[in-house]
Design a protein around this ligand. Structure first.
Ligand code: DGL
Length: 275
């Protein structure tokens, strides 16, 4: 396997750019191809069967571009479909859930952890399982916060209204006495400010995107896939399944930099269909 091939990253839409951002922070010399399945977003309210099918189709597309490793940036897919993907491909495949779970288990002192995410992620109890595999004594409290995704996409990430909504949701965890909270959704790192304010100083926030970038670096190193050159011209290619202009507008905020090249693609993918 060639270390100079790109890393493939996909998400249900624009949110996975929070993961791309952290990967580029840590591994700026790597080439990235990103797929946002904007035609079928949101995944977080769909059944496990449907999400898994979408994930397989997205993976097939990225594999056709010759990637050396796959990062599933979507928490919902990581929660329910990761093993299925790992079974099907022979390159390293990692999701955002296990890195987040590991970090939570390592940082909690009172062994009481909250996890917020989409409905499908929370219903799957996958974070709970992953954390309890590390330490069965940790109490894990899941909470779905479905309004956070549209809020962030609308660009509402601070102010009174946002704080009121965050506060209203997190009330569900108030009496759990947690000291650690996992931001178990691609979009939630953009709400870190109000979430931290509502939770107070005693609660450590775990950003799955940051943890995933660190895990990716370890995996690439172990597998001999880490680029070892300067690559000042590292390439970022972005593919979407719908509405590239909306992706650009919202995505630049998530990524923290300009997005120059976006191509629209039809998934399931057949070679002639990039349009
Ligand atoms: N990317 C999804 C996640 O991290 C959030 C958006 C969606 O529901 O598709 O769970």
């Amino acid at each position: 396997m060639n270390r100079y091939k790109p890393i493939g990253i996909f998400d249900s839409g624009v949110g996975g750019l929070t993961v791309v951002r952290e990967v580029l922070n840590l591994l700026p010399e790597e080439d990235i191809v990103y797929l946002g399945d904007t035609a079928r977003v949101p995944y977080g309210i769909r059944s496990p069967e449907t999400v898994t099918r979408y994930a397989i189709e997205n993976t097939e597309f990225l594999l056709s571009l010759g990637i050396k490793a796959l990062v599933v940036a979507c928490n919902t897919v990581s929660a329910i479909g990761l093993e299925e993907l790992q079974k099907r491909v022979d390159i390293p495949v990692l999701g955002v859930l296990k890195p987040g779970a590991r970090a939570a288990a390592a940082r909690t002192r009172n062994r009481r952890v909250g996890v917020i995410g989409t409905e499908t992620t929370i219903l799957s109890s996958s974070y709970q399982r992953a954390i309890n595999e590390i330490d069965p004594e940790i109490k894990v409290y899941g909470l779905a916060c479905p309004l956070f995704v549209p809020l962030v996409e609308e660009g509402w990430t601070d102010g009174e209204v946002v704080k009121a909504i965050v506060s209203r949701y997190l009330e569900g965890l108030r009496h759990r006495d947690i000291d650690t909270l996992v931001l178990g959704c691609t979009h939630y790192p953009l709400l870190k400010g109000p979430i931290a304010e509502v939770c107070g100083e005693g609660v450590t926030l775990i950003d799955s995107a940051v943890e995933t970038a660190a895990t990716l670096k370890d995996v690439l190193l172990t597998e001999g896939l880490l680029r070892d050159d300067e690559n000042s011209l590292s390439k970022r290619l972005f593919f979407v399944t719908d509405a590239p202009e909306r992706f650009r507008r919202i995505g630049e905020r998530f990524l923290g930099e300009r997005i120059d090249q976006i191509e629209k693609v039809v998934i399931p993918y057949h070679e002639h269909e990039i349009i």
